[in-house]
Each structure stands twice: as structure tokens, then as C-alpha cells.
Design a protein around this ligand. Structure first.
Ligand SMILES: [Zn+2]
Length: 153
């Protein structure tokens, strides 16, 4: 199940039968049926035998890929050790400015307690202040926050 299939195998403007899909991705017909039944692969409505649009096949495999490699939400930071996005321990992170508009978020991984960080644009800070307590270095506290001072520690 963990096998990654190349989304570009399917031609967008073609329809595929179950057998053709199985041949295309070199999987068993039952696997294709499972994709349809359990994993949300869309078929062309009310057609028997079942046909699948090439564009749907592509989308399906693209989504599968991105599911495996989920992107971090704004308030999550990817932990290299845990190999997944983590919400900072205690919901706390330090913002370390690098320029006037960008910086780094530093925090601890809640699972392995490794130091994790990511680049962060100051203009997005409001996306995360409801989830996280962000500590700012002295002198930068109200920078660009439009009347929303960061919560004090
Ligand atoms: Zn971790």
C-alpha cells in the first residue's frame, strides 16, 4: 500500500477500465477496486463496466503522494527526528527575526524534545498567535502586529 505510483502514468484525456488501470500501475484488479471503494478514487457515474477518467487517476495518485508528505500547518514545525509536522511543545515558540519581515520560529518537539525550527514570515504571525504563544526578542514586541501584542510569558 505504501508504494508510490507515478501520477503522470495516466493520460488525462483517456478513460480507463479496471483492467487497464491494473496494467498501467502493475497492481492487481482488487487493488484498483480497493482504491475505488476505500480510498476515494472516482469513477465515471453510472457506467458499467466501470470506467475511470485519466485525470481522476492522476489526481488520486497526486493526493496520495501529498498525503504521505503532509505539509506543515502554519503553527506546525517539521521535526526531522520524528519525520512529521509537530505542534511546538507547550504551544510555545520563539520568533527570531532575520530581516524586518522574516525570521525563524524556534521551539522544542513535544515528542522527542529536539530543537526544531522553520522560516516564518512575520506577516503570517496572526495565523499562529491563536494557537501558539510566541516569544519575541526585546524591542520587537509590537512590530507589525496591528494592535495585537503577543501574549507575555
Ligand atoms: Zn521530534
Amino acid at each position: 500500500m505504501a508504494k508510490n505510483h507515478n501520477p503522470n502514468l495516466a493520460k488525462i484525456h483517456r478513460n480507463y477500465s479496471i483492467e487497464e488501470v491494473a496494467n498501467l500501475y502493475q497492481v492487481h484488479k482488487n487493488t484498483v477496486l480497493a482504491w475505488i471503494k476505500n480510498h476515494g478514487l472516482k469513477t465515471i457515474d453510472n457506467l458499467k463496466p466501470i470506467l475511470i477518467l485519466g485525470s481522476e487517476l492522476r489526481l488520486f495518485h497526486q493526493n496520495k503522494r501529498t498525503k504521505n508528505k503532509r505539509k506543515c500547518l502554519p503553527y506546525e514545525i517539521y521535526c526531522l527526528k520524528c519525520r512529521k509536522p509537530q505542534i511546538p511543545a507547550e504551544n510555545m515558540a520563539d520568533y527570531i527575526p532575520m530581516t524586518d519581515t522574516t525570521g525563524r520560529l524556534n521551539c522544542l518537539c513535544p515528542q522527542c524534545e529536539n530543537l526544531i525550527n522553520k522560516y516564518f514570515s512575520l506577516s503570517n504571525i496572526q495565523l499562529i498567535t491563536s494557537k501558539l504563544t510566541i516569544a519575541f526578542p526585546e524591542g520587537k514586541k509590537t512590530h507589525n502586529l496591528e494592535g495585537q501584542p503577543p501574549p507575555k510569558q
